[in-house]
Structure formats: structure tokens, C-alpha cells
Design a binder for this molecule. Structure first.
Ligand code: MF3
Ligand code: CO
Length: 247
């Protein structure tokens, strides 16, 4: 069942989103060769607690950290590591904050130092696809319009969409209805209405989108070693259009 939010509730989610956005800005300034993702994780946990927020991922279904830190061919749900990031790598940091009972979720891919042109192109296309999807988060449209907009970018740029991970409704709980697939048919699926709050979080890869999960039950890596990029915002459907809560 979709939980529609009032303007007031969206305002509260916006406050949670501001904390997540502030973490991402800090991370953007900190990521460089030699930094470890455990350091980043400790920073995020401390920052959220200092703000009076809860790092939702820690303890979620037994997940042990405040952030997911996915490097290279790990495309999702990687554990933060005590190993230095290396020049040229890609790392995706995913996090959720809860403030006064309301949540916001955002993931972002960072380049470690300088990355090659192909890797930069993968990042650009994935980020562009997120914003193309967000543009469709308008009352009256359908969920399939979002997936279609995302997949159109992937197809046009010859990337594959990792379909094992999808966006979701979010509010008092991390995963609410509806599901938000990153491939879809325009004009199909649930109708978008004012008060819906969803995440859009496409993962693109250069090679095959099939993944395997490590023995830890979380770490998702591509079968063929292709690197992934992922960009995620929490977005509210409002009378004045899509409202990004996590920037
Ligand atoms: N932010 C992720 C999401 O989109 C949460 C990953 S699961 C967790 O749903 F265990 F890491 F929290
Ligand atoms: Co999410």
C-alpha cells in the first residue's frame, strides 16, 4: 500500500535529506587515494548522530554499517573496508538518515583521483539517467515512465541496467510501495500522485548486468567484473513537480 505524505511530512523528510546531502558533500571533498571507506563510514555515522539523526542502514536486516561502500565491480551493498582507495577507482557510497521518524536515502558514485575517459562516461550517463527519471516523477504520470526514461539513456549510451536493484517508496520506513524499476514501458504501472515519495537509483555497467552475492550475504558484484556507477535521490511528487529531498 502506498503511503501518501502531507506537505508537512515531506518537509520532515527534506530535513533528513539535508543531512544525507551534507554527508555526500563532505565525502566528495574527502575521497582521494589513500582514504579508506571505513573512515568515510565512521564520519557518516558520527555526523548523523551529531545531527540527532539515525543511520538507518546500521542494523537494517543485520547490515553492519552506516553506509554501503561499493568499489569497482562491487555494484551495491559493499561493506566499508580498511583498505586505501586507489587512484582511478570508482566508489559508491549509499546511506539513509532518519530524523524525527522520517527517512531519506541517497547514493552517489565518486571517482578516486582521476579516472579514465570510459569510466567518466559511465558516471555521466548514469547520473544523467537519474535526472531524466526524476523529470518524470510528476503527478499523473505512471511509474513505468520513470523506468522508460532511465532505460532510454542506458540504451542510447550502450550501458546495461542492473535490474536486481530497484527504487522504492520511502517515508517512515525505508522500503515502502511502490517498486521503482529502472526499465519500463511508458504509460504503464501505478499512477504517480501528489504526496508520493520514492527513490530513483539506477546502476549502470559497461558489460553484463548479472550479479553474484558474496558469502557475506550482501556484497553484490558483477559476474564479468564490469564496474558499476549508481546515483540515487529521494524525490517527492508535489503539486509543483518533482522535489528532490536529498540535494
Ligand atoms: N540505501 C539502500 C536502499 O536503497 C539500503 C541498502 S540495504 C542496507 O534501499 F542494508 F544497506 F541498508
Ligand atoms: Co534506496
Amino acid at each position: 500500500m502506498i503511503q501518501y505524505k502531507t506537505i508537512d511530512e515531506i518537509g520532515k523528510m527534506r530535513q533528513a535529506g539535508r543531512i544525507v546531502a551534507a554527508c555526500h558533500r563532505e565525502i566528495g571533498m574527502r575521497i582521494k587515494p589513500g582514504v579508506t571507506t571505513l573512515e568515510i563510514d565512521r564520519f557518516v555515522e558520527g555526523y548523523m548522530l551529531k545531527c540527532g539523526a539515525r543511520p538507518v542502514q546500521k542494523g537494517y536486516k543485520g547490515y553492519p554499517y552506516a553506509t554501503c561502500a561499493s568499489v569497482g565491480e562491487v555494484v551495491c551493498h559493499g561493506f566499508p573496508q580498511d583498505a586505501p582507495l586507489l587512484e582511478g577507482e570508482l566508489v559508491t557510497i549509499d546511506m539513509v538518515a532518519e530524523l524525527d521518524g522520517w527517512m531519506a536515502d541517497s547514493a552517489w558514485t565518486y571517482a578516486v583521483g582521476r579516472v579514465d575517459r570510459e569510466t567518466q562516461r559511465l558516471m555521466n550517463a548514469t547520473k544523467f539517467a537519474l535526472y531524466q527519471g526524476i523529470k518524470k516523477a510528476v503527478a499523473g504520470n505512471r511509474i513505468g515512465d520513470i523506468g522508460y526514461a532511465v532505460q532510454t539513456v542506458a540504451d542510447g549510451e550502450k550501458y546495461a541496467v542492473v535490474e536486481a536493484f530497484i527504487g522504492h517508496g520511502i517515508g517512515r520506513r525505508l522500503h515502502e510501495d511502490p517498486q521503482v524499476h529502472h526499465r519500463g514501458k511508458a504509460g504503464t504501472g501505478k499512477r504517480l500522485r501528489e504526496g508520493m515519495v520514492i527513490t530513483i537509483e539506477p546502476i549502470f555497467v559497461r558489460g553484463y548486468p548479472d550479479i553474484t552475492i558474496d558469502a557475506d550475504g550482501w556484497t553484490a558484484r558483477t559476474f564479468d567484473g564490469s564496474w558499476g556507477a549508481q546515483y540515487e535521490h529521494t524525490v517527492a511528487v508535489t503539486s509543483s513537480g518533482p522535489l528532490i529531498l536529498t540535494d
